[in-house]
Design a protein. Sequence first.
Length: 305
Amino acid sequence: MTDKSPRVLSIQSHVVSGYVGNKSATFPLQVLGFEVDTINSVQFSNHTGYGFWKGQVLNDQELGDLAEGLHRNKLDNYTHLLTGYVGSPLFLERISTLIKELREINPNLTYVCDPVMGDGGQMYVPKELLPIYKNKIVPLADIITPNQFEAELLTGLKINNEADAWKAVEHLHSQGVKTVVLSSTELGTEDYLLGLASSVSGGQNASAKIRIPKLPAYFTGTGDLFAALFLAWMTLSNSDLVVSLERTIGTMQAILKRTLQHAQVSGEQGPKYSAAALELKLIQSKTDIENPHCTVQAEIVSAQK
């Protein structure tokens, strides 16, 4: 490629209004210097947290058509593939084929998988997606960013404590994943969430954990934002796990605090703000995305096994 800018193909959900899925991931990546092409697994008027939405769902044949169009015009030379919410088993199967096709074009493609399946013990995608993720998608991933529940689903291991969490991380490494990030776990306190990350490259292992301050609101689109920011900083930092964690979390804290401040002056009464009041303030946070202030430090973990 003559253009040295990294090129990301992002396949996840899209909303007309608001910030989840591709709407949450695209702007931060672009601000950080990445070209971003998007395929929308669904196109909805707004995210489902509003209680009412309308829209369309892309099927596996339509995904194949888009991939063919890109290929015929030699537009499918990507440095990165990012996948998020997928609601159909056939669509996810087609993604597994697409990964292999893209790696034929660029063998150095980095695949970042956010295996969006559920949270808090509840799946919100068809259960038929799980074996596809486990058997076909995860073994192809370079970086994976599940939450605690998704990690439990993918590994079949119950996570009751930090030692259990590291065992799940090691299980995912054994499937061929180079970098595993548990983007949020329930192993923290009432004041913070605990994130865990591990990277294996060139025979070297780096592991870290980070305490993520909790804010008094429920935000949507944060997992999509996390995966995009982590992709960006792993690339820009030459795969420095600690730097990537700290800058990702620093950026997210700034965005979420600004979002909460906007909600507090919106005239609504907290802590149960409307879905509209808590739409991520990404555009207003452009400076924080470009130059994140690392408000929390990651802790190196040397003996988790």
